[in-house]
Design a protein around this ligand. Structure first.
Ligand SMILES: [Zn+2]
Length: 97
């Protein structure tokens, strides 16, 4: 039977806390108006003047959004999706106790 080998990665308590606290929307301000967008959007367009604003870094700095994207990508695998759905249901059950 194959055993999984895990590369040791330092997962800090701060990282877990930051994921828990991750906002479901990002507020962008342009032309004195506030616009609510997805935190995963790479760009937003000001509805007032049409300016396209870059919201995420593409390379270099790794952002928390990249952690989410990696998980989302993992869940795109049908098997990953099934496991994720099951685990999410378990977490809901646990929180209802
Ligand atoms: Zn604008």
């Amino acid at each position: 039977m194959a055993t999984n080998t895990h590369t040791p990665i330092e997962i800090t308590h701060e990282l877990i806390e930051a994921i828990h606290a991750f906002p479901v929307e990002r507020e962008v301000e342009h032309c004195g108006r506030k616009l609510s967008v997805s935190p995963f959007d790479f760009y937003a367009t000001c509805p007032q003047c049409g300016t396209r604003m870059k919201l995420r870094a593409f390379s270099g700095a790794t952002e928390l959004e990249d952690v989410f994207d990696a998980v989302f990508e993992w869940m795109n695998d049908p098997a990953g999706r099934v496991i994720a759905d099951r685990r999410q249901a378990e977490i809901v059950d646990d929180s209802e106790d």
